[in-house]
Design a binder for this molecule. Structure first.
Ligand code: NAP
Length: 304
């Protein structure tokens, strides 16, 4: 196999579109499909072929990359693509699907004789656009060379977690990482809400922790989005974060542990979505601290 591949990208949302664009830049032939075609259309200017159906997108593919909302969507879309897939095609499954769904997805891959890679990613919109994601991947060593050009185009590095994608070792690591991401995001929102309620300028908190072990780039990044009203376009939408929070809570339950923060975080995100912030960046979980939307809306006029 040469280093120039035909790669089908199924799902061109925030992450998938950026990944597809980096694949075209790396010289690969990209065949993209998205349920809402408008979101895939701009990729034509980068040289990608925009397909009408998942089956059309995977025609002639060496590698199929899925970057859909959740496991159910990935299952549904790959089922639609299946009649056009050649046995032996590699499937890099990067949707954050959770542990249970990965088993089902790997089963579908087996049914169609695809080489399955459980390959969720760490990083958000900006690292995706820069081709600097961290890919967490599990899949057979003998086939890794075949997908390496794809992983190299989308990521800064790949962390291999196992030989068998069906075991979901990469997805387990992804849930662990996201439990930290979501806890940090929710904590940032509560810090800002508490500052507002107590009449504390959040900058004085940032100054107090500056450079010490409590300081954190992520706290500052997420706070900045709230304070400067830059929650749209999202890097990681509230609705997607709810899905991940629930996957984490469920994984904890199945494995016999309590994850109180994750459960409370899922509720905060759901409340923010109910207030109309579902498409905004997950930093909008901040709004869940306020019963009345206009209380939070007045933050810039009052204390901040
Ligand atoms: P997004 O912009 O909302 O994209 C979701 C994609 O899934 C869209 O292409 C959407 O199609 C498609 N989709 C949803 N339900 C579908 C269905 N039933 N059938 C077919 N297509 C469906 O989200 P994203 O942020 O790119 O996230 C994609 C995946 O990456 C998620 O699993 C997410 O957890 C994971 N992830 C995200 C980030 C991040 O920071 N954003 C980081 C790491 C991992 P439409 O356009 O038609 O709605």
């Amino acid at each position: 196999m040469t280093d120039t591949l035909t790669v089908s990208v199924l799902g061109t949302g925030i992450m998938g579109a950026a990944m597809a664009r980096n694949l075209t830049r790396a010289g690969h032939t990209v065949r993209a499909w998205n349920r809402t075609r408008d979101k895939a259309e701009p990729l034509a200017a980068d040289g990608a072929y925009v397909a009408d159906t998942p089956a059309d997108a995977v025609r002639g593919a060496d590698v199929v990359l899925t970057m859909l909302y959740d496991g159910a969507a990935a299952l549904e879309v790959v089922r639609q693509a299946a009649p056009a897939l050649r046995p032996g095609t590699a499937w890099v499954q990067s949707t954050t699907a959770g542990i249970e769904a990965v088993g089902e997805l790997a089963g579908l891959a087996r049914e169609h004789e695809l080489v399955f890679f459980d390959a969720p990613v760490l990083g958000t919109r900006q690292p995706a656009e820069a081709g600097q994601l961290i890919v967490l991947a599990a899949g057979p060593s003998r086939s890794r060379e075949a997908v390496a050009p794809v992983l190299d185009a989308i990521g800064a590095r790949t962390v291999w977690t196992g030989e068998d994608g069906a075991e979901g070792s990469a997805s387990r690591l992804k849930l662990v990482a996201n439990s930290w991401v979501l806890a940090a995001t929710n904590a940032a929102g509560e810090v800002l809400a508490l500052s507002q309620a107590l009449g504390v300028d959040p900058q004085s908190f940032f100054d107090a922790i500056a450079g010490g072990p409590l300081d954190m780039g992520y706290l500052r990044t997420k706070s900045e989005l709230v304070l400067n009203d830059r929650l749209s376009p999202a890097s990681f939408a509230v609705t997607t974060a709810i899905k991940d929070a629930r996957l984490i809570v469920e994984a904890g339950q199945r494995h016999g542990i309590r994850l109180d923060l994750a459960a409370a975080g899922a509720e905060r995100l759901a409340r923010a979505a109910a207030q109309g912030h579902g498409d905004e960046d997950m930093a909008a979980a901040y709004f869940a601290s306020f019963d009345e939307e206009d209380q939070a809306g007045s933050r810039t006029d009052q204390t901040f």
